[in-house]
Design a protein around this ligand. Structure first.
Ligand SMILES: NC(=O)c1ccc[n+]([C@@H]2O[C@H](COP(=O)([O-])OP(=O)(O)OC[C@H]3O[C@@H](n4cnc5c(N)ncnc54)[C@H](O)[C@@H]3O)[C@@H](O)[C@H]2O)c1
Length: 439
């Protein structure tokens, strides 16, 4: 009797303890799930599940998905933080959704400069080879603003997408990444053929390629013009005069070029380019224009262009010594890029088919240039004379009578005005390339 009573007590006791323990566990889970109830729906995206575990008196929340699972201590602060993160993520999603809406219809909604309306009779389809380069990109801007359809073909050797990216997505604009040494098939009314490296370090980088671009590339463009009946303008250069023996240089002067010197790859290739234009004009009745371009400067010039204007400005902005090749008494005349663009368009639209000089006849010695740039940039800069460059022409000055007579064109932008704009541009470029933040 005593034994059976004890056993009953024992069983009753065990059942009570077990029952209480189960009750406590159940109550814990209930409390936990209730405390999380309001947040759970937001907290657990997709297939994530929450479950509660009570191992060795350590309560934990288990988030699990098919692949991963990790424990988070049950701490209201964690829940609050997660809720904060979630709110932040929701805000970001909302922003992205708004951005996505702007892509609707497959076009990036972007603000473009206002372009003029041209009707189907006046709107021209214009190809610009080398249109992502310094001169080409300014020509793109001008023709786009006039409301024409512009196609750029460029291999980005010295050109940059950045120069024309403000037109990306515009219905009148197209860009083709291609080397003009391979034939191109497009339907156009006019071709401005500018593709070619233009500064000595760039055209000497791969002399054979420079020759191919100006000869095979030019044949390809002339062939295209012939096929589609387009007018074509070839960007030639004052370098066809070499180191000139006459001064100033008029278009009737045949030049003084060293055919085997380091600059020959450019000078002679451009001379052959001109020859090709007139061979096509005579033989194929092609409508050609040839612009002999003199030194040009302005925004979007390449940082390592290696020519006088960019070299001097960059050295002055970096407070470096300004280096002058030779004695500095060799002369140059520089035209601002907008003047050149006006001249190229005037030539294309004229009926004049012989070569035309486009340049600014205002002549300065290199030392004078260095002094003008020094004073515009400000600050104290030392100047150093270094070894003269091989085949560097001593005097360069265009005779622009032809351009004045047949195109009614002459440069308008003063050296001071043009240099100020160029210095502004290089100030940003130098900061960028030196790793400074540009605001
Ligand atoms: N800037 C001047 O002072 C000057 C003077 C005389 C002549 N030019 C002539 O004007 C034209 C433009 O000169 P720039 O100063 O704008 O030079 P640039 O180097 O800035 O532009 C030339 C463009 O042609 C592209 N290009 C080069 N080879 C190519 C190829 N094989 N296929 C496709 N694209 C190619 C380059 O990537 C670049 O975008 C050149 O033909 C140059 O000879 C310029």
């Amino acid at each position: 009797m005593r034994n059976s009573t004890r056993t009953k007590f024992l069983i009753f006791g065990l059942v009570f303890v077990l029952g209480s323990a189960l009750f406590l566990i159940w109550e814990d889970k209930l409390k936990l799930s209730q405390s999380l109830k309001s947040d759970d729906d937001h907290l657990l995206p997709g297939n994530l599940k929450v479950s509660f575990e009570n191992n060795q008196n350590k309560k934990s929340l288990k988030y699990s998905d098919p692949d991963i699972g990790y424990d988070v201590p049950v701490d209201p602060a964690v829940i609050t933080r997660l809720q904060g993160d979630l709110n932040f993520a929701n805000e970001r999603i909302k922003l992205l959704e708004e951005k996505l809406k702007s892509f609707e219809g497959g076009r990036i909604s972007k603000k473009y400069p206002d372009v003029k309306f041209q009707n189907y009779r006046t709107k021209k389809r214009i190809l610009i080879t080398g249109g992502a380069g310094f001169v080409g990109s300014h020509l793109v801007d001008k023709l786009m603003l006039m409301g024409h359809e512009v196609t750029v073909v460029d291999n980005f050797f010295t050109g940059r997408k950045e120069n024309v990216e403000h037109w990306f997505g515009h219905p009148n604009f197209e860009i083709i990444h291609q080397d003009i040494v391979t034939p191109l098939f497009v339907e156009v009314d006019e071709i401005y053929h500018l593709a070619s490296p233009a500064s000595p370090p760039h055209y000497m980088f791969n002399p054979v390629k420079t020759i191919k671009t100006n000869t095979i590339g030019t044949i390809n463009m002339l062939g295209l013009a012939k096929r589609v009946g387009a007018k074509i303008l070839f960007a030639s250069t004052s370098e066809v005069y070499g180191d000139p023996e006459v001064h100033p240089q008029s278009e009737t002067y045949w030049g003084h070029v060293n055919p085997i010197g380091p600059r020959a790859c450019y000078d002679e290739a451009k001379r052959v380019g001109e020859t090709l234009c007139y061979a096509y004009a005579r033989h194929e009745k092609l409508n050609v224009r040839v612009a002999r371009i003199f030194n040009t400067y302005g925004p979007r010039m390449h940082m390592n262009d290696g020519r006088v204007v960019s070299n001097f400005i960059i050295q002055a902005l970096r407070n470096e010594t300004i280096t002058v090749y030779g004695l500095g008494n060799q002369t140059r005349s520089f035209q601002y890029v907008s003047d050149l663009v006006d001249g190229l368009m005037a030539l294309m639209n004229s009926n004049y088919t012989l070569p035309v000089n486009l340049g600014n006849p205002l002549e300065h010695t290199i030392l004078e240039f260095a002094t003008i740039i020094k004073s515009l940039v400000g600050g104290e800069h030392a100047m150093k004379l270094t070894k003269a460059v091989e085949d560097d022409p001593q005097r360069r000055k265009p005779d622009i009578k032809r351009a004045k007579k047949y195109l009614d064109w002459e440069p308008k932008v003063s050296l001071n005005e043009g240099l100020k704009k160029t210095i502004e541009y290089f100030t940003i470029e130098v900061k960028r390339s030196d790793g400074h933040k540009v605001t």
